[in-house]
Design a protein around this ligand. Structure first.
Ligand code: ADP
Length: 604
């Protein structure tokens, strides 16, 4: 006997709307139907385990098959099955009311694309690609009668009894003309590989197994070897180099979360490394856009997170406010910090070796996440030019004697470019100062600011921020060989001959073997400049001449020579020494460089 009915929904023509809604993501129909089939298998397994099902379980499996002639795709399972009553209850009512709710909620939303893919439309999504859907199903219940449900995508459906030998459900999709792209084995295979790769019940496409039912994150870390983690990584990212190390996440309270996060070897372009974490919910792939679930600074990690507690059917703004998501965020941060700390403590040499890559994550977290910072102070390393690594405390200790200024502030000297700042580095070294290497363009300027704001009584200065005597202001004035009158005279000479308003000229008592003239860009000025550049004011700043300091080394023999020379020689010597100073700052170019070369030749 065939029964006809009308699906009770308040929105007429619901399918065209859904179809339109999900336009960009039609492929998820397969994820939804295969997930349902997997669920059905797991349900029967559970019933058997509880002793509520006495029949043979058999080899539980989901099969996807394709019939290009008939233009059908069939998703079959030998799971729990449904009675006609259950179809009416679960498919007609529950599913349809769910969909109208969905439409109600999101019909005006602009962020459609964000909802799509996160929203489990369930069985419904079948109609995105089908002109007709049939359910052929035999319930596991004793003496159950097989049922056939047919619906053509309108609100009309029919249900009748049919013949089916084996327990379980076949969902037969009669593919619509505009969706025939899915009648292609490779297409189906790639969709299944994306969404079903780690489902817990075997999924086959035309007898080919798609998935690994027990991916490593579902196992206990004690049962896994390094090799397993590395193989899994290769499996996820076939093109990537081996990761530095990994963290196996496993919580069940106050929320459920498992996963493995890998620290990749970061080489160059950060963007290449972002958005590589995959989010699963009970082994069903959901998305690789995990922006709000993983703390920002860990976006560079790779791997898998699986949590049934992350709400999948809501928009992003909701996700950010969700308390579970916040907890998950906090938990991941804590776990990562603990793991890093453990690595540092257990094998510092190894940790130092990895610092080059690791430092980026740590500094990023140090700068942007207070909770992480609290833990990270213990293992954040500074590397000096001798390639020695220090913790923050160790470093302070290391430089204390020579690099404490008159206000009792520790002055950390650093270089952002070993080659370009070489002259200044050599000067600092001659003084016995230590110089840190903070030359990572992506993170170090932020890291420097964070160090200063977080470490008490500490100042960071780039090695070329001042003349070497002033880098660390001891308060003691060095002896000058110049008389006061001579000092004034040499200063006036420089001002007159260079005639450059952007220069602040001073006479200093530097060691005799230092440069005769030193150009510096004060630390705070440079930071302002960097900030403006990063803030998109680059062209404006580039057109503005930098306010430079020019220090004349009063103790250098050249100073005396200039004072005693005739006017023509004075001009030559002053221009030459100024250009030399610019040259050592990499600031001499164009016409000035040509003139400098000509002058040098004539001097020779
Ligand atoms: P959800 O899976 O989110 O509950 P669906 O619309 O996908 O929503 O499915 C509705 C219900 O239909 C399921 O909860 C389940 O009870 C039933 N169902 C769907 N597919 C199957 C299947 N292959 N075997 C058994 N029951 C199914």
């Amino acid at each position: 006997m065939q029964e006809k009915g009308t699906i009770s929904v308040n929105t007429e023509n619901i399918f065209p709307i859904i179809k339109k809604f999900l336009y960009s993501d039609h492929e998820i129909f397969l994820r939804e139907l295969v997930s349902n089939a997997v669920d059905a298998c797991q349900k029967i397994k559970r019933l058997a385990a509880l002793g509520e099902y006495g029949g043979e379980l058999g080899d539980l499996k989901v099969k996807v098959s394709l019939n290009p002639e008939a233009k059908t795709i069939t998703i079959s399972d030998n799971g729990i099955g449904m009675t006609a009553e259950e179809i009416k209850k679960y498919i007609n009512q529950v599913a349809f009311s769910g969909a109208s709710e969905f439409l109600e909620k999101y019909k005006d939303k602009v962020e459609r694309k964000e909802i799509i893919g996160n929203f489990g439309l369930g069985f419904y999504s079948a109609f995105m690609v089908s002109k007709q859907v049939q359910i052929v199903t035999l319930s596991h219940q004793e003496n159950a009668e097989a049922a056939l449900w047919t619906c053509d995508g309108s609100t009309e459906f029919s249900i009748e009894s049919t013949v089916k030998q084996a327990r379980g459900t076949d969902i037969v999709l009669h593919i619509a003309e505009d969706s025939e792209e899915f009648l292609d084995k490779y297409r189906l295979s790639s969709i299944l590989t994306k969404y079903a790769k780690f489902l817990p019940i075997t999924v086959e496409l035309e007898d080919e197994v798609i998935n690994e039912t027990e991916p490593i994150w579902t196992k206990s870390p004690n049962d896994l070897k390094d090799e397993d983690y590395l193989n899994f990584y290769k499996n996820l990212y076939p093109m990537a180099e081996d990761p530095l190390f990994w963290i196996h996440l496993n919580v069940d309270y106050p929320f459920n979360l498992t996963g493995v996060l890998y620290f990749p070897k970061i080489k160059s372009n950060l963007e290449l490394y972002k958005e590589k974490i995959q989010l699963y919910s009970r082994q069903v792939f959901i998305t690789d856009e995990v922006k709000d679930i993983v703390p920002e600074f860990l976006m560079l990690l790779h791997g898998v997170i699986d949590s049934p507690d992350i709400p999948l059917n809501v928009s992003r703004s909701f996700l950010q406010a969700d308390s579970n998501v916040k907890k998950i965020n906090g938990y991941i941060t804590k776990k990562v910090a603990e793991k890093l700390n453990e690595l540092f403590k257990e094998n510092r040499t190894e940790f130092e070796k990895k610092w080059e890559s690791l430092g980026l994550f740590v500094k990023y977290g140090f700068v942007s996440d207070d909770k992480f910072y609290e833990k990270a102070v213990a293992f954040t390393l500074l590397q000096n030019l001798d390639n020695k690594h220090f913790t923050l405390d160790e470093y302070r200790e290391h430089i204390q004697a020579l690099q404490t200024d008159k206000d009792n502030k520790a002055v950390f000297l650093y270089t952002s470019d070993v080659d370009k700042q070489n002259t200044y580095i050599q000067s600092a070294k001659k003084k016995g100062y230590d110089v840190l290497k903070l030359d990572d363009r992506l993170i170090d300027s932020h890291f420097i600011s964070a160090l200063e704001s977080k470490l008490p009584n500490t100042q960071l200065k780039r090695v070329d921020a001042d003349t070497v005597d002033k880098l660390i202001d001891s308060g003691i004035k060095a002896e000058s060989v110049l008389s006061e009158a001579e000092s004034t005279r040499i200063k006036d000479l420089f001002e007159k001959i260079l005639d450059n308003k952007t220069l602040t000229i001073t006479v200093e008592s530097l060691p005799q073997d230092e440069m005769p003239v030193v150009i510096t860009l004060p630390e705070f000025m440079r930071r302002m400049r960097d900030m403006a550049m990063n803030g998109g004011m680059a062209s404006f700043m580039a057109n503005m001449p930098p306010q430079l300091n020019l220090a004349i080394n009063g103790n250098h023999a050249l100073t005396q020579k200039i004072l005693q020379a005739d006017e023509a020689t004075q001009i030559q010597l002053i221009r030459q020494s100024y250009d030399l100073a610019l040259l050592s700052q990499n600031m001499l170019g164009g016409e000035n460089l040509t003139k400098f070369i000509e002058r040098s030749v004539s001097l020779l």
